[in-house]
Design a protein. Structure first.
Length: 246
């Protein structure tokens, strides 16, 4: 599986020829409506992303980009859109055809070609927000989405790792507006014991960012492998995992 970080909580996952994009924020609608200026340009365009499916974890503009989603829908007529109820309502409002929208609430599992996607609970200001487990080719990723660290989240994480441990944890660290801070993110990583932990949801807006190096250092102190991804650089998960083993 290949992974490309798109900044904030956005990622492109590719396995074989299948591409799933999660929470792509490619416009400047947050700046126009909420005054938060982008620090970095989107690394990939709608034309380059070519998704077979898009997951929006919740209906906030840095995850559900109402300016960009109609462009995806028009350019990729076979692309499916997945999300919890609030996301599906918003997709309906911006005229995305109902037959392209799949329910993806907590507990749901959806197959997209060789990907198996499972919706995990998240505890955010948007009450039906989800996290996501992505499985393909025997590899498993847990992407927290935007969430606070709660006892229910820890319980759900423990239940999720019961059958097969997590190879890669993608965890929010910005510590603001309903999200875990670095200490919380490290605590979650300690419970999950992933092959590799990668921080996310920082560096996009000056008003809502933290220094990820503190996360990396605290993980390493706790004997958890951790690295930062480069925005827009495609990496192979197996290579990342091999890199931390050697
Ligand atoms: Zn967010």
């Amino acid at each position: 599986m290949n992974i490309t970080w798109l900044t904030q909580g956005g990622f492109l996952f590719q396995s074989g020829s299948t591409r799933v994009v999660v929470d792509p924020y490619l416009s400047d609608c947050v700046e126009r409506r909420q005054g938060l200026t982008r620090l970095v340009e989107p690394p990939l365009s709608v034309e380059e992303l070519q998704p077979d499916a898009m997951v929006c974890t919740h209906d906030h503009m840095d995850h559900f980009d109402p300016q960009t989603i109609p462009r995806f829908a028009a350019l990729y007529p076979n692309c499916l859109f997945l999300g919890p109820a609030s996301v599906r309502r918003h997709l309906h409002e911006i005229s995305i055809a109902q037959d392209r929208v799949l329910p993806f609430d907590v507990g749901r599992r959806v197959k997209i070609e060789q990907f198996s996607l499972s919706a995990m609970p998240a505890f955010h200001s948007n009450t039906d927000a989800i996290g996501l487990v992505i499985e393909t080719g025997g590899q498993k990723i847990y992407l927290t989405g935007d969430t606070e660290l709660t006892s229910q989240l820890l319980d759900a994480a423990k239940a999720m790792i019961n059958d097969h441990g997590v190879d890669l944890l993608l965890v929010c660290i910005n510590g603001k507006w309903g999200n875990m801070n670095i200490e919380d993110a490290v605590r979650l990583a300690e419970v999950i014991q992933p092959g590799l932990a990668v921080p996310m949801h920082y560096g996009l807006f000056a008003e809502n960012t933290v220094e990820p190096v503190d996360f990396i250092e605290q993980c390493r102190k706790n004997e958890i492998n951790a690295i930062c991804l480069h925005i827009g650089r495609e990496v192979q998960l197996s290579e990342l995992l091999r890199g931390v083993e050697s």
